[in-house]
Design a protein around this ligand. Structure first.
Ligand code: GN1
Ligand code: MG
Length: 366
């Protein structure tokens, strides 16, 4: 989009300073992000983002969630006497002529503006130290939001609902629009999925039985969704679009799915797919430190199970997309989604091999 149009959009927000340049920032696949550089040293720089309203259809709800979450975190940090709050919490700018709103619609596109956090970096690689810090940061993030006074909306309905994901898969198997469901390897994977389906819907059942609370979760806990300072300390958790009510397992399990995997989720040599126990141990210790104040015994007892749930859920989601004709994830070759599904199943197998060891570790960790 041309700069003039972006400047017009930025003018709707009650920002400080004078814009000098607008340049693309980062490589996010879902939203389009730009750095808005302002003149001089007194006004901050900003981040302008176009929200993907195909993935997130209810932008109004999404931005209301974000306003509630950032206000609550800011309040908690103030109570704790934390210094440097503006680098520890995202700050979305309101509109000049409507101080209740934190986004605008222009020509069917949705935009938001937030303060750029100075001297911050993101990380892509996970080692034991970064995953310990990540575990603590995501645990603290949940702990701060455990008593948020408003009910948040589900920005993607049923996002991490395992019963729903299995229902979607079974539906596409019965319709088989691409004629792929009969492939022998697909059939074999479907059998493995069905063999585990009852156990993998444990959280939804416990939720209905009143054994498991719904909490505010981040739901996209990747190492690159945190900002670090130059010394390697976590400053703050970012990418709040999927923050919504769910079970704690989401944040714990989904981080390990990507962070503890020895190879990428579409790596095709299944012999190299492995679950890294060093990452598991460090992340778990950090997470229990951050989340220990609110976790119930049932939640803690099921964390090891959750480390298997997310590879399983992702296997089901990739297989669903393969059988549907590859509409959700971009594919570079015909069986790409099937390879991803198989990869996630092999990751689950390795988690299952380590299950007793993981359970012992979690129950002994402080
Ligand atoms: C999507 O776009 P990305 O990589 O942040 C998906 C996640 C999956 C992931 C698998 C909104 O996340 O749930 O785990 O792909 N996000 C959405 O690669 O569906
Ligand atoms: Mg992200």
């Amino acid at each position: 989009m041309e700069e003039k149009k972006m400047l017009e959009i930025i003018e709707n927000f009650a920002y400080e300073g004078k814009v000098e340049s607008v340049t693309p920032l980062g490589e996010g696949l879902i939203n389009d992000t730009y750095l808005v550089h302002t003149a001089g040293v007194f006004a901050p720089d900003y981040v302008l983002q176009r929200i993907n309203h195909v993935v997130f259809p209810d932008v109004e709800m999404l931005m209301r969630n974000i306003a509630a979450v950032t206000a609550h975190i800011r309040h908690k940090l103030e109570q704790q006497g934390v210094q440097d709050i503006n680098r520890r919490c995202l700050n979305f700018i309101r509109l000049r002529n409507d101080s209740q709103r934190n986004y605008i619609e222009a020509d069917g596109q949705y935009w938001r503006l937030m303060v750029f956090i100075e001297d911050s970096v993101t990380k892509q690689a996970v080692d034991a130290e970064t995953s310990r810090a990540a575990g603590k940061a995501f645990g603290q993030f949940e702990a701060m939001l455990a008593d948020i006074p408003v009910e948040l909306g589900e920005t993607i309905p049923n996002f991490h609902n395992m019963e729903f994901r299995l229902h979607q898969l079974r539906q596409v198997v019965s319709e088989d629009p691409e004629g792929r469901a009969g492939e022998p390897q697909v059939q074999e994977l479907l059998r493995e999925i069905e063999n585990r389906s009852v156990d993998m819907c444990r959280a939804e059942r416990m939720g209905r039985e009143g054994l498991l609370p719904r909490r505010v979760c981040h739901c996209d806990t990747k190492v690159n969704n945190m900002l670090y300072d130059r010394d390697g300390n976590v400053l703050c958790v970012i990418d709040l679009d999927t923050v919504m009510p769910g079970f704690v397992f989401s944040d714990y399990g989904d981080f390990l799915r990507t962070g503890a995997a020895a190879v990428a989720e579409d790596f095709g040599d299944m012999n190299q797919v492995a679950f890294r126990m060093d990452i598991f141990r460090a992340f778990t210790e950090g997470y229990l430190q951050g989340a220990g104040s609110f976790l119930t015994p049932i939640e803690k007892e099921n964390l090891a199970w959750a480390a298997g749930l997310f590879p399983y859920m992702q296997c089901v989601r990739f297989l669903w997309d393969y059988l549907s004709g590859d509409h959700y994830w971009k594919c570079r070759y015909e069986a790409h989604n099937f390879i991803r599904a198989l990869n996630q199943f092999h990751l689950l197998l390795d988690v299952e091999r380590h299950m007793p060891e993981m359970e012992d570790f979690i129950m002994q960790a402080k």
